[in-house]
Design a protein. Sequence first.
Length: 383
Amino acid sequence: MFFSDRRNTTRWFIILASFCIISLILWNTYTFFQIFKNEERLKMNLWAKAQKSLINADENTDVELPLQIFSTNSSIPIILTENNKIINAINIDSIIIESKSESFRFLANLKNENDPIVIEYAPGKYQKLYYGNSELLNKLKYYPVALLLIIVLFAALVYNFYRSTKMATQNKLWAGMAKETAHQIGTPLSSLIGWVELLKAENVSESTTLEIEKDIERLQTITDRFSKIGSKPKLEKQDIILATKETFVYLQSRFSKQVVFSFKAPEFPVFVMFNATLHSWTIENLVKNAIDAMKGKGYLDLVIEQDGDWVKIMVRDTGRGIPKNQFKTIFEPGFTTKKRGWGLGLSLTKRIVEEYHKGLIKVVQSEIGNGSTIQLSYKSLLD
């Protein structure tokens, strides 16, 4: 608990420090922007005075200084107007100036950037100097936006890395727990097998021992499933119709007669590369999920169809249905509509189908109150 609290404190300290650093950078950028903007304003005031001196100059006036001031401006766009007419333009593309509409549109932009400087060169006579931000000032203006974008992208990268690492750790934990569960089940399972042999020796009814053996075999299958979690399963070319039917028939015998089971498939074998143990787990999860959705009473149909190069397995129920906005959510880890449950069944099924068998799983149809259809799709093998 101490280390957990310390870790959280460190994490919040890093977040707070990062926020302070970002705020400091943005504040400094804004300060620099205002300083440069004020300097450009002073420069334009000087330029306006030079313009006034040049207008009022006579033959004896030295115009070298005003001309030198004009030559120092090579970056700030300027438009000079008199009586609402453009009389001069500096540092502006000639294509804009040659077009009357474009030049006045550009002038409107300058008016939005800075207040004009009025040059009163004679009583009742004046010019207005409109100027925009220099290229350097514009770059500085958009620098915080670029900086924030970089920070957001970096934060997203860090979060994605953290999340991936956390998920990888969780997957290793679940895989370890699953293998340990398989190991723990193995001991009492061996004992049960011995007890069955003892019952046979005592001439107990064969039907009784046969049913116990079926359940023991089922426990062995479950143990095998858990032992395969976290490791790459071995895929073999098998008839998927036969494997699906075996699991379906077993489940049918273990559920209430209030659930009416129906199985429909082609009469010919369909071969697919799959792991029989994991495929059985997939079918079991889908069937149990369908029966839960029907609250243990209704119709459950399993249909297998050959569609070109694909074989499709559809599990249909007459349960409560799934809202359309949850068609993908139901396969996410932790999602469950049950009061008890961890929401791992369908997410595990999706992983088995898509990661291990390179197949597809999706909700193809659902209507609230009238049931759902979940479809598995596998690439079939040609004979």
